[in-house]
Design a protein around this ligand. Structure first.
Ligand SMILES: [Zn+2]
Length: 136
């Protein structure tokens, strides 16, 4: 499966769950659970866009099953500046990457593990920095 085909497959997967995928130069690589919009930045390689999209779909899978990761149980009750809120957000990020990888497997989307691991590390490091920075 080409990266283009894999992205189309994921767009359909997201659409079936009520989410639209927006690709834009200023996309912020996020998923808005209320507006049901996934935003993907197009300035990165197609492969990175695919992996980011898998990660955002991983968040959608988490929203659908609070039993496994009870991140909301914490983030709904503590402020963004609190340690517990930040640590649980990092936990959600890790889980979303894990679920994105399982989803790729289920949908038959091939992953270059070396590149995947680098993208995961880059994204998680940003969250870890935010988690530990009291001024953020
Ligand atoms: Zn995320």
């Amino acid at each position: 499966m080409t990266h283009e085909n894999a992205i189309c497959t994921l767009e359909c997967w997201a659409y079936a769950r009520g989410y639209c995928v927006h690709f834009a130069h200023d996309g912020d690589d996020s998923v808005d659970e209320i507006a049901k919009i996934i935003s993907i930045n197009t300035t990165r390689s197609l492969e990175t866009q695919l992996y980011t999209l898998l990660h955002e779909c991983g968040h959608i899978l988490i929203y659908g099953s609070d039993k496994v990761v009870n991140v909301k149980e914490v983030t709904d009750h503590y402020g963004e500046k609190s340690n517990i809120y930040r640590v649980f957000r990092v936990i959600e990020e890790v889980e979303a990457w894990k679920r994105g990888l399982s989803l790729a497997d289920r949908l038959g989307i091939g992953i270059d593990k070396k590149k995947w691991n680098r993208d995961v590390a880059r994204a998680l490091k940003q969250y870890m920095k935010w988690c530990l920075d009291p001024n953020f």
